[in-house]
Design a protein around this ligand. Sequence first.
Ligand code: GLA
Length: 725
Amino acid sequence: MTASETVGAPARRPAAPTVFAHLRGGGVSLALDLRTSRPQVLHWGPDLGADVDLPTLATALAPPVARSAPDAPRPRPLVPMPVDGWPMRPAVTGARADGSSWSPDLQLHQRLPTERTGALRLVLADPQAGLSLEVDLVLDAHGILAVDQRLTNTGDTAYRLDLLATVLPLPDVAREILDLTGRWCRERAPQRHPLPMGCWSREGRHGRTGHDAPLLLAVGSPGFSFEHGEVYAVHLAWSGDGVLWAERSPVGRAQLGAGERLGPGEVVLEPGQSYAAPTVLASVSTTGLDGTSAAWHAHVRARPGHPRRPRPVTFNSWEAVYFDHRLDRLCELADRAAAVGAERFVLDDGWFGGRRSEHAGLGDWVVSDEVWPDGLEPLLAHVRGLGMEFGLWVEPEMVNPDSDLYRAHPDWVLGPRDRERQTWRHQLVLDLGRAQVRDLIVERLEALLAAYDIGYLKWDHNRDLLDAAGADGRPGARAATLGAYEVLDRLRDEHPDVEIESCASGGGRVDLGILARTDRVWPSDCLDPVERQHIQRWTGLLLPPELVGAHIGSGRSHTTGRRHGLGLRAATALFGHLGIEWDLTAASASELDQLTQVVAEHRRLRPLLHSGRIRRIDHPDLSALVHGVVATDGSEALFAYVQLTSAATEVCAPVRLTGLDPDRTYRVRRVSLGDDASTHHIAGPAWVDGTEPGPMLTGRALQSAGLALPILRPEHALVLHLRQE
Ligand code: GLA
């Protein structure tokens, strides 16, 4: 190492023997002090500016020595470990069979060159403990910090790894936690509470991301909201088990951590072997959760694999026909779907093997002669003839005991050899840690993709991995997750034009690990628009709307039994990757007309919806949600006012529409979703009914004074389009 290396902007006065690193991007700084043997984090938070004097900052930030404490100031290491006198969760946990190497002293060994700007690569090593750790840090232009770590066993005996985590410091202002939880049909429900002394830890134990996954674990200034506050958030880009935590200690330190949750003995590194941890990503916002989402959305949109072409309006057959596959019925549905403007037709579960119900057939990925005597070609030709793309449902990681695959290879499933394996939705999980299993899946799917003109796979994963022993009896969830990634990667390499959706009994696999190899997520099996308002709002914390499937279901929700008019169903689905999942042969002519208008509006507005910046207004009346999307150039915006329950007041106070360009003048108009305005509101300004032109106001006025809106009936919504005039 040379004495004056800096990354990013150099310090104003490159002082004597100092080595600092300063990554900057998107209004965020990560400043490291590399002068001592163990790299220290000086600052992770709002940008310090290019001219910050890091040596002086280091001096200014050095804490005093407390009484009854270590005799040197307690540092803030990049990789905190017991050797640092760190009384909180360490970054690396593990040991050798004789108990040694549990407390390595990982000292800075090398700083490797990187091609990327805003990147830093460090190698830390403890030759005596026989461990070396490579840490890759990238802070992108949107302020998202990505951390990749790889631990290598350089010793001569096996090393059992229990955790390799990324641990980031939290400032004192971060005192309130928000993360998400959930279950089937109620994914991504927020929960928040103060960050006490101690540790708030969220552990995934599903072998898949899980319906209750935190998505983001955020810690912010007390009372932070969508529009206000300082928020630090972390995400684990991984589709297996994980642990995310926030921790505060009386020593005056707080931290945010994330890593893969490993089962006992799941990773044992033989000499020379390495473990690569899943990427941990983290954000800093000084403008509330909308600032958080803006950073994540920009990061996600900048990925090379992010879908670029307009998101095709998708018809899905599941809630329309379930397992009742009949060519004539599906062709009729395709006719109706195409007529209302759908661009993709997805044949869901039930087309293969003995799959006439959820009891049989998974694993046998051959078209069923029984229901499709002439194969899928007649349907596919019909769909293609209507100008739509054809998509197919698969669930390749699973097998029903009642299947030819299981009868031939009963040992290819995860689970202990000496106990009965637990079924879930009558299915078992294939052990994708085995090469033969991966090869078989790739071969079967390749055969389908070769035989049929398939543009889209809905890739499902309908159960947890319980008691998931691999072939050697050890925990097998990690190998299965990596196996699934490999299978997806191989298929993507061969078929780059086939889009893939990540579904897992609805939204059980929503994370940036799976999204590195898929094109959208199915956030929930619940199409009830009231539930969906919440599910999509919180899924949007991490994901931009073009990645989130949002379908218009039938008038009566299949999962909640509630009934809603098409207006609310449409106003809800409009804000995602639009789809239809409804038996259109049972829809009335007026419903089909209305749906046609909705699809046309979505297709017209989709460039804005799928590129703009999300806004969620801090609306004081909790009976309603206000959210929208503002074009990145500020020229237009779309807002929804969603009355969930009866309003608390007779009339609602003017609603402030924020995020607009203060100096532009916008014309407001109600977006007609085919419904008669009078059916959804009780009283309102004339422009809402279209009898008068909508108001024309500056962004400044709209966000400072607001706009009076009609009194809406509960479970109704109003969508507004604002365009610069
Ligand atoms: C899961 C999915 C549904 C549907 C069914 C088919 O539950 O979430 O959308 O595809 O499987 O069995």
